[in-house]
Design a protein around this ligand. Structure first.
Ligand code: NAD
Length: 495
């Protein structure tokens, strides 16, 4: 199969140019072959992009654009993404090793995000606030100016869209730095935005080193906000830097999300949901349901069913129809997952299935790892506490609702939770008691552009999506307009 990849030039201040930074290699993790070596962005490229963004954003044609005019461009970008789904999904599957079905869904989600924020942009009202004196009072929202978006490799076009769409809708110019493990699809997004008529300079796409380009964005005096998605250690560091600059930053970070199966759950529904929650995207998902708690009375039966279903998953070529579990992003990441599983042995873990790379010739060169279920660990074990970001599920029994709430919350992360039960009052109680930015009841990994998403604790701060997702990219200003025409009485001057 031939793959029509972007040509490797970067989109810097509205121009397609070779980057001046260190080379980036995009690999196809099914067989380890090289998709492309491209020159990444340098600090100088980032400076060029920021300067162009500053000029473009200051242009009244953009800064003061009527909402319907901004919305029209966003809608065109969304439509452009939708038309290009077959091409985008091919590029992203080559770049990340994800299945075509997954990458097509991510592209469709990105298209929806642009159209959603077009609608939010058109319908967002400023407020005339209740008067409590002699002035007419209003609260209005203005663009921040030049903003930055830093994204990870696991769902590039969807996480890019979650930042770029509301940032543009809010009237900003955006410099996007995607991960150097997945540079290609974000460049395709730039091509679509350009074709949709986005004025030059309002979007730059700079795949490159996090330490060089990402750091520069966060610390640059002309960048007024950053939205970051990535690992907790990186997010913590960037949060400190943003704090020193007194710059708003949103942090979408890692997770170790609990999924809870009560003994009255529909077991087939729960098995399917738990499998999808942990093993789709080969577990490389911030919201992966990686800690499974099963009520003791059904533990043995449920786990047996789950293991059988896991062993039946189709693990293979991302481009093959019907593949459920594709290779991981690359061999280095696969090896870090394998190291966690090796560590689980030392913690007393029992591997119920998987725990190794597949050993057949068809997958030998790829970054494959079999879906793995580990029992026998304590909730305190490193394997249960830390994000592995791979197809590894820890399963633990629990006795009561109170116990499982305590165990679920006994973790630094607070991103997501799944609850499986037919008892809806209980589901609602547990949903309220669990620390998580998102809770799914009898389902998992469902998303809506209108539902705010984000994490608590080590999973980050701030929310993306939803109508408030636009406001995060704006400054709020109160305006008081005198209605009396009289001198202030304090001054003792009579008119
Ligand atoms: P990462 O933190 O290594 O990198 C994320 C981005 O930050 C990349 O673009 C990277 O180049 C950049 N970066 C790295 N060091 C930097 C620095 N010093 N300064 C500025 N930028 C820097 O994360 P990753 O391995 O690419 O992604 C996986 C992580 O992302 C996982 O922890 C996962 O849970 C998390 N994630 C979270 C969400 C969410 O919405 N909460 C979604 C997807 C992924």
């Amino acid at each position: 199969m031939s793959h029509d990849l972007p040509d490797g030039r970067l989109f810097i201040g509205g121009e397609w140019r070779e980057g001046q930074g260190a080379p980036i290699t995009s690999t196809y993790s099914h067989d380890g072959s090289v998709n492309m070596v491209l020159a990444g962005a340098s600090a100088a490229d980032a400076e060029t992009a920021i300067a162009a963004a500053k000029t473009a954003q200051a242009d009244p044609a953009w800064r003061n654009a009527l909402p319907q005019d901004r919305a029209r461009i966003l809608t065109r970008i969304g439509d452009g993404i939708e038309v290009a789904i077959p091409r985008i999904s091919q590029i992203q599957s080559r770049d990340t090793g994800k299945t075509l079905a997954e990458t097509a869904a991510l592209a469709a989600s990105a298209a929806g995000t642009f159209r959603y924020f077009a609608a939010v942009c058109e319908t967002a009202d400023d407020d005339l606030t209740t008067r409590r004196g002699t002035s007419l009072t209003a609260s209005v929202h203005e663009p921040i100016g030049v903003v930055g978006a830093i994204t990870p490799w696991n769902s590039p076009i969807a996480s890019d869209a979650q930042k770029v769409a509301p940032a543009l809708a809010a009237g900003n110019a955006v410099v996007l730095k995607p991960s150097s493990w997945s540079p290609l699809v974000s460049l395709e997004l730039a091509r679509i935005a350009e074709a949709a008529g986005l004025p030059k300079g309002l979007l730059s796409v700079l795949p490159g080193s996090g330490r060089e380009v990402g750091n520069l964005l966060v610390n640059h005096p002309d960048i007024g906000r950053i939205a970051f998605t990535g690992g907790t250690d990186t997010g913590r560091m960037l949060g400190e830097q943003a704090g020193r600059k007194l710059m708003p930053i949103s942090l979408e970070l890692g997770g170790k999300s609990p999924t809870i199966v009560f003994d009255d759950a529909d077991l087939d529904v729960a098995v399917a949901g738990v499998l999808f929650g942990i093993f789709s995207s080969t577990g490389q998902s911030c919201i992966a349901g990686s800690r499974l708690f099963v009520q003791r009375g059904i533990y043995d039966a449920f786990v047996a069913k789950l293991v059988a279903a896991t062993q039946a998953l189709r693990v293979g070529d991302p481009f093959a129809k019907g593949t459920q579990v594709a290779p991981m992003i690359n061999h280095a990441h696969r090896d870090s997952v394998a190291a966690y599983v090796a560590g689980a042995f030392d913690e007393g873990g029992v591997i119920l299935c998987g725990g190794t790379a597949p050993d057949d010739a068809a997958r030998a060169a790829g970054a494959y790892y079999l879906p793995t279920i580990i029992a026998g660990l304590s909730n305190d074990a490193k394997t249960c506490r830390e994000e592995i970001f791979g197809p590894v599920l820890c399963v633990l029994p629990f006795d009561s609702e109170e116990d499982v709430i305590a165990m679920g919350n006994d973790n630094d992360y607070g991103l997501a939770c799944g609850i499986w039960t037919r008892d809806f009052p209980r589901a609602w109680r547990v949903a309220g008691a669990i620390r998580a930015g998102t809770v799914w009841i009898n389902t998992y990994k469902q998303f809506s552009a209108s539902t705010p998403f984000g994490g608590d604790g080590a999973s980050g701060m701030g929310r993306e999506k939803g109508r408030a997702g636009l406001r995060a990219w704006q400054r709020q200003k109160g305006i008081y307009c005198d209605l009396t025409g009289q001198p202030h009485p304090w001054a003792g001057v009579s008119a």
